[in-house]
Design a protein around this ligand. Structure first.
Ligand SMILES: [Zn+2]
Length: 201
């Protein structure tokens, strides 16, 4: 982190002290449903993989796996396919949390620098993660995509959407937060900084 060159003043407040409209936890990826316990299958139910449905036998989330066309409950294990499905979900949730935390960190740092951040979010779309940080009255925004990196989005608004101009910030998709903040501040300074109101430090 020390390698990053900061060209802007170090914020005096902590990130946690800044409240932004986007400060809500990301939505849960899936809802777990539990069915009534009717068998002595506690051992199987205690397995983390039962949190997801089984793609092999069709057991619902929370229910144990079954064998022989559903006539026999597997009391001590679950199908391998279910264990794999659960591992995949855990990894995906981790990615969701990481993307959200990344966008949140940048948004908060920008706010500390005096940028009028009015909203931000991150989401998964089409097996990719993306995020948006909205500036001021939505005249401009900064978008992030896990394959396309960071872009400065500006108007004018047309039938095709509010941001019809996209300028690549020339950052890596996983650029360090200070680097992103510096690039955003530079972009705001280079353009008409509508919606930004720098707080004197
Ligand atoms: Zn199963």
């Amino acid at each position: 982190m020390t390698a990053a060159v900061r060209t802007f003043p170090r914020p005096s407040a902590r990130v946690e002290d800044v409240y932004l409209p986007g400060d809500v936890p990301p939505p849960a990826r899936s809802r777990q449903e539990h069915t009534a316990v009717t068998t002595t299958d506690e051992a199987a139910r205690a397995l983390p993989a039962t949190a997801v449905p089984c793609p092999r036998c069709g057991a619902e989330a929370g229910a144990p796996c079954t064998s022989h066309g559903g006539t026999r409950v597997r009391k001590h294990d679950v199908h391998q396919a279910r264990t794999a499905a659960h591992a995949q979900q855990v990894a995906a949730q981790h990615d969701d949390q990481a993307a959200w935390a990344y966008i949140r960190e940048v948004a908060h740092r920008l706010a500390l620098e005096g940028v009028d951040v009015t909203d931000y979010w991150a989401q998964e779309d089409d097996d990719h993660h993306e995020g948006l940080i909205v500036i001021g009255d939505q005249a401009q925004a900064f978008g992030w995509h896990d394959e396309q990196g960071w872009r400065h989005l500006t108007g004018p608004r047309t039938d095709f959407g509010p941001y019809n101009n996209a300028t690549d910030l020339d950052l890596a998709v996983d650029a360090d937060v200070p680097d992103v903040v510096a690039a955003v501040l530079s972009a705001l300074g280079a353009d008409d900084p509508a919606g930004t109101e720098r707080i004197p430090i």
